[in-house]
Design a protein around this ligand. Structure first.
Ligand code: AMP
Length: 431
């Protein structure tokens, strides 16, 4: 058995090797253990040459959580963003969900806040603007997770619309890091529940999505309420014209970081298309879930109506499924996501709106019950699997009418997908 801890050496039957980061105690010696030691010490050396998290000067409390979470090597965006943010530089990160961008700003922000926590009540020091409630909750959770071992407690709160404002007003007492959707933030500012005059770091996460959801005016108003001297961190999946406008307003000599994780992620995803008629989609779905013994699957539909419909039919056939979409209450969405993340829920059915907000590390299957409109959405959808360098499988249902559109998606993606004709499958075997 191998135990990992945070101090200093590798002990093996081969002798004692001093390693600066990690201690391995080997309790049982056999060939495979020795093999593991060799592989681990080899990969540790590679990591050492390759810049470990400890080389950034992050505090032991942050390094402990990184080790607990099994973050061994920084992802490319983290290698560049962490030192820049620690140095209080502005950053423009062109990076998709799945690239590790959240930790790339959460870690240095927590580090910078140590010893500089802010004193005025209801005056946040850090503001993270996000487009959706789901992303707000997710980002807040990453701040809380990485802040959990810090000697000084840092209060982080997520605020978003669609739920009662009162608990958020009360919760803003003593807030230091505020994660917010733009509209609700302005309501809270207008009611003087929070003040933005002490913000010294602003993060715009998924800025392109905020613009496409029409938050531009709100964002401008928020910028006007912030102190002029501050650090600005802007993350976006794409660099559109509108976004360039925002860059120019807020960024000062930014460090520009571009990552292309989608290509890397897609390489880990096995993609299959199933030719199927409209009326056979339901039976094919049940057949695949049962035949492949899918433990967890995320299904995409193109409308809220269809999402409910697919979830209902699965439940009626004894497959545990819930639909979440914009017409469901926030409480129901959060609860379904929680159940899905913990593995209690087998099937989650959703629409494109939530595609970016869902972050589940080991999600093995994504099914496009209906194809998305754009190739970009296709990549976002299938990118929900194959995350954090794990393999995954993406299945798309393609009706005869969809075939032309599916070819366009493949062409844009630069990859041709294996097609299976479902007419040749014994779908009724697992009805
Ligand atoms: P994000 O792009 O921030 O949504 O992160 C995508 C996923 O990668 C999340 O599940 C993170 O927990 C995970 N992750 C981020 N950085 C690392 C890392 N350096 N090592 C391992 N997992 C990571």
């Amino acid at each position: 058995m191998i135990f990992l801890s945070k101090s200093a050496q590798v002990i093996s039957s081969l002798g004692v090797f001093l390693m600066p980061e990690i201690e391995f105690k080997i309790s049982k010696f056999n060939f495979s253990t020795l093999q593991k030691i060799f592989q681990v010490s080899l990969s540790l050396k590679l990591i050492q040459n390759n810049m470990p998290f400890s080389s950034f000067g992050l505090s032991p409390a942050l390094l402990k959580v990184l080790a607990d979470q099994n973050y061994i090597q920084p992802y490319p965006i983290q290698k560049e963003a962490i030192p820049a943010i620690l140095n209080r530089k502005d950053v423009l990160g062109i990076a998709q969900t799945g690239s590790g961008k959240t930790a790339s700003y959460v870690l240095p922000i927590l580090s910078n806040l140590q010893g500089n926590p802010g004193t005025k009540n209801r005056h946040a020091k850090v503001l993270v603007l996000v487009p959706t409630r789901e992303l707000a909750v997710q980002v807040r959770d990453v701040f809380i997770l990485f802040g959990s071992e810090l000697p000084e407690r840092i209060k982080t709160l997520a605020v978003f619309g669609g739920v009662s404002i009162n608990p958020q007003m009360i919760g803003l007492q003593g807030v230091q890091i505020l994660v917010a959707t733009p509209g609700r933030l302005l309501e809270l500012v207008d009611s003087k529940s929070v003040h933005l005059s002490e913000i010294d770091t602003l993060v715009l996460d998924e800025a392109d999505k905020m613009l496409s959801l029409g938050f531009q005016e709100e964002m401008k108003r928020i910028f006007s309420l912030l102190p002029e001297k501050r650090q600005n961190l802007l993350f976006s999946a794409t660099l559109s014209d509108k976004l360039s406008g925002i860059n120019q307003i807020i960024l000062h000599k930014p460090v520009v970081i571009k990552t292309e994780p989608e290509k890397e992620n897609i390489d880990l995803i096995e993609q299959t298309g199933y030719l199927v008629t409209l009326e056979k989609k339901g039976p094919l779905l049940r057949y695949l879930i049962k035949k492949e013994e899918m433990k967890q699957v995320l299904i995409f539909t193109s409308s809220t109506f269809q999402a409910d419909n697919v979830a209902d039919k699965l439940c009626k056939n004894g497959i545990d499924a819930i639909a979440i979409h914009s017409k469901k209450s926030q409480g129901a969405r959060t609860e379904a996501l929680r159940e899905f993340k913990t593995g209690e829920l087998r099937v989650l059915v959703t629409t494109d709106l939530l595609a970016r907000g869902i972050d589940i590390e080991f999600l093995p299957y994504v099914i496009n019950y209906e194809l998305p409109r754009s190739p970009k959405d296709y990549i976002h959808r299938i990118g929900r699997t194959g995350r954090a360098e794990n393999p995954g499988e993406a299945i798309s249902f393609v009706t005869p009418e969809d075939q032309h559109h599916f070819r366009i998606i493949q062409k844009k993606m630069g990859k041709w997908i294996t097609m299976v004709d479902s007419a040749n499958l014994d779908i009724m075997k697992h009805p």
